[in-house]
Structures are given as structure tokens and as C-alpha cells.
Design a protein around this ligand. Structure first.
Ligand code: DX5
Ligand code: ZN
Length: 222
């Protein structure tokens, strides 16, 4: 589970993150520059301030026009991983080696209109692939079921090649949609609204986990 802090009260981000710390594997941090997407969020200075408050993995989803310019500051701020959108990453091997030299993992994100085939040549060099199930830019949007076939395709490639690449689904994840993504082969679930808009965040995480487990056991059992 990867709670997206975009849906948290950003005025009290530390305590918001502490409210789920210890119950999640990673935090998903949506860095937006107001240019690549219309929304503007936060960057390394904010990430650095909240980093000591929690001990989970810091997954940074970069929705910015010039992502490589941010790598060094993000690494210093405590980012563990950076994901870039395919259309602003002309040279994935170069971006990946820069991220790794700085001690971070590297991934590529596919917006809904981008075909899975775009990442096919690079998949063995990726720590994570992110299938976006909403248009990047804002939380609280409805899940786009048509993106599930991309999850299935990429899961098949990961398994065929015996890779350890994580397959993340991002956008509109709820206890109703998470099972669909799990059955399609996603193994990292970003959820903003479904966690931070609820009064009991730990229970919200638990509900998502139970929905995913139920979907996986019915897939296994069939
Ligand atoms: C959208 C972001 C998502 C967003 C998900 O651009 O990449 O991570 O925060 O929010 P929900 O879970 O509310 O759809
Ligand atoms: Zn995101």
C-alpha cells in the first residue's frame, strides 16, 4: 500500500503521514510543477522536512517537465525512488543510472493515453512501472477501467522475463477498484482519497488490503 499524500491535509503533512506510519509499505509523493500538469504541489524542501517523521519507503512520482533537474535535491531530501512520465524521459537508461548513482530506484509512468509498448524496450531496467488509472494532475478522480488491460500486458512481460519490477496502479483506487487492479497483476496500490479522506486511516488501509487479498485468493482458487 502506498498512500498518496496529495489527498492529505498538506497544512499538517507530518502528522497526516504519522497517522498511517507503520501500517503502509511506502508513501507516494506527487511532485507537480504546474507546467507538466496544471497542479502545483511540493518538492524536495517539503519532502526533507517530513522525512524524519516516518520510516516507510519514499516513492516520488514526478509530474514535471524537466525531472532530471530535481534528482539530486530529491535524493538529498530522502527520496528512495523516482518515477518519471515517458513523454518527459527521452533516455530512460540515462535517467535510471543517474537515479541509481544518487541511491534512488527508477521507474516509468504511463498516462492513460500512452500505450504499454512504449516501456517494452526498457522494462528490464526499471524498478517500477506505474500505470496511471486517472489523468495525472489531481486526486479524487474516477478509476478508468480501460487501463486494466495495460496492467495485464505489463504483468505478462514482467513474469515472462522473470523480473522483480514492481507494478503500481495510481488513481481512483478504492476497495471496489483495487481488486480489479490486483487481479490484473498490479502489486503496488496508490490510494489518496480512499485513505486520507476517511476519518480512520488505519482502518481504510485495512479495508483496501482485505479487498486485494480477497481478489487474489479468488484468482488463485479459480
Ligand atoms: C494523480 C496522482 C495520484 C493521486 C491519486 O496525478 O498521481 O497519485 O494522488 O489520488 P486518488 O487516490 O485520490 O485518485
Ligand atoms: Zn501519483
Amino acid at each position: 500500500m502506498a498512500p498518496s499524500v496529495l489527498a492529505a491535509d498538506l497544512g499538517q503533512l507530518r502528522s497526516e503521514m504519522e497517522s498511517v506510519n507503520g501500517h503502509v509499505e511506502m508513501f507516494h509523493l506527487d511532485v507537480m510543477d504546474g507546467l507538466y500538469v496544471p497542479n502545483l504541489t511540493f518538492g524536495a524542501p517539503v519532502i526533507e522536512k517530513v522525512r524524519p517523521a516516518v520510516d516507510a519507503f519514499f516513492d516520488c512520482h514526478l509530474m514535471v517537465r524537466e525531472p532530471l533537474r530535481l534528482f539530486e535535491a530529491l535524493a538529498k531530501a530522502g527520496a528512495d525512488h523516482v518515477t518519471l512520465h515517458t513523454d518527459v524521459c527521452p533516455d530512460p537508461p540515462e535517467a535510471g543510472s543517474l537515479a541509481r548513482r544518487l541511491g534512488m530506484g527508477f521507474g516509468l509512468a504511463l498516462s492513460p493515453a500512452v500505450a504499454a509498448s512504449v516501456i517494452r524496450p526498457h522494462i528490464s531496467g526499471l524498478d517500477m512501472v506505474v500505470v496511471m488509472s486517472v489523468e495525472p494532475g489531481f486526486g479524487g478522480q474516477a478509476f478508468m477501467p480501460e487501463t486494466l488491460s495495460k496492467v495485464e500486458t505489463i504483468r505478462a512481460w514482467i513474469d515472462e522475463e522473470g523480473l522483480e519490477t514492481a507494478l503500481q496502479i495510481d488513481g481512483g483506487i478504492t476497495p471496489e477498484t483495487a481488486p480489479l487492479a490486483a487481479a490484473a497483476g498490479a502489486d503496488v496500490f496508490v490510494a489518496g482519497t480512499a485513505i486520507f479522506a476517511r476519518p480512520d486511516r488505519v482502518e481504510a488501509v485495512g479495508r483496501l488490503r482485505r479487498a486485494i487479498s480477497a481478489a487474489l485468493s479468488s484468482v488463485d482458487g479459480s
